[in-house]
Write a protein that binds this ligand. Structure first.
Ligand code: DAH
Length: 348
């Protein structure tokens, strides 16, 4: 091997290394690799090809040097590729970043939706009374939603005009729950008694949105099962949570009603928070606002879930969280809850 050859290899290495390390992006790196040693027209390839006409000894020595050089250049290129890939990824993440915690002057900080705030306030009241917070799925079986709740085959709520059915399993056997009451069945099915539970959750009905209806809304269900539970316990519990949410001066009353899963059943009402019971537009002049349904758990519900109605008794009630929210804040129209207008949401 001549000194010229040694110098040329050293020069080639210095130049190629500088080009590879200085490549500014992945495309430039590939280009430098080609120019340095991958392309057939690179100086490296030329030196390699020239070996063919050399003496065996020289061929061996220079060939080994060139192979070693290629190994080193490949390592340099690999290291630079890793750096560039990491940088490109960091840049992409930076560009995608959306800082939800950032509050610019004059802008609103994010916070929980009004419905979530009211749901949590209700949960707090019931936790304070020793209840557990339970949940059930939004897609429910017809059995838990109707049969086990003693709702007969010909009940209007079972009509596909009212309830969204899901195309799964036997026709009309699975649905989007139109109330949170099927979770009563889930709680009873657990087989652990007594039960003191409230169940908040999303519910679905085929309603056209108007000032008092939304097709997707929220309910909270309460179920208490213990020995010797009475109607007075039900009335006292309703009274307690309504006063906790709407203020000590708020009164409640029950009016006879019918629900298949309770007997006796009632609708519960509270004195109008706007006029204090005097009569106004919000309460249509009657001084009372209907909140939800309630009653003593029907023996048929106990029987469907294997609970002995001779030993256990209980009460249940259910009502809309969204309606509680508009009542609590004097809002005239439910639809603002789903419009996502920050001028509205930012007030709470
Ligand atoms: N599930 C009923 C509805 O959505 C409300 C209801 C009535 C719930 C009576 C109850 C109850 O727990 O006992 O209209």
């Amino acid at each position: 091997m001549t000194t010229d050859q040694a110098e040329e290899i050293a020069l080639l290495e210095a130049e190629a290394t500088a080009a590879l390390e200085g490549a500014l992006d992945l495309a430039a790196l590939e280009e430098s690799e080609r120019a340095a040693f991958r392309s057939k027209r690179s100086r490296f390839a030329e030196m390699y090809q020239a070996l063919g006409s050399k003496e065996p000894e020289e061929r061996r020595v220079v060939g080994r040097l060139l192979n070693e050089l290629r190994g080193r250049l490949e390592a340099v290129a690999e290291a630079r590729r890793a750096e560039l890939t990491a940088a490109a990824r960091a840049e992409r993440l930076g560009a995608d970043r959306l800082d939800l915690t950032e509050v610019l002057p004059g802008r609103l900080a994010g916070h929980l939706h009004l419905v979530t705030q009211v749901r949590e306030a209700l949960e707090d009241v019931f936790i304070g009374m020793g209840y557990e917070i339970a949940e059930g799925p939004e897609v429910e079986t017809g059995w838990r939603n109707f049969e086990a709740l003693n709702i007969p085959e010909d009940h209007p709520a079972r009509s596909p005009l009212d309830t969204f059915y899901v195309d799964f399993g036997k026709p009309w056997s699975v649905l989007l729950r139109p109330h949170t009451s099927p979770v009563q069945i889930r709680l009873l099915e657990r087989g652990t008694l007594p039960i003191y539970a409230v169940v908040p959750g999303r519910t679905y009905r085929k309603d056209t949105p108007d000032s008092t209806h939304l097709p997707v809304f929220h309910q909270i269900e309460a179920l208490v099962v213990d020995r010797g539970v009475t109607f007075a316990d039900l009335k006292g519990t309703i009274d307690t949570f309504v006063r906790a949410i709407f203020g000590e001066g708020t009164r409640t009353r029950l009016r006879p009603a019918y629900f298949p899963f309770t007997e006796p059943s009632a609708e519960f009402e509270m004195s109008c928070v706007i006029c204090g019971g005097e009569g106004c537009r919000t309460c249509s002049g009657v001084g009372w606002i209907e909140l939800g349904g309630c009653g003593m758990v029907h023996p048929a519900v106990f029987e469907a879930t294997g609970v002995d109605p001779e030993q256990w008794s209980g009460f249940a009630f259910g009502f809309g969280i969204d309606r509680i929210a508009i009542m609590r804040h004097g809002i005239a129209d439910l639809r603002v809850m789903i419009e996502n207008d920050v001028r509205f949401l930012g007030q709470f």
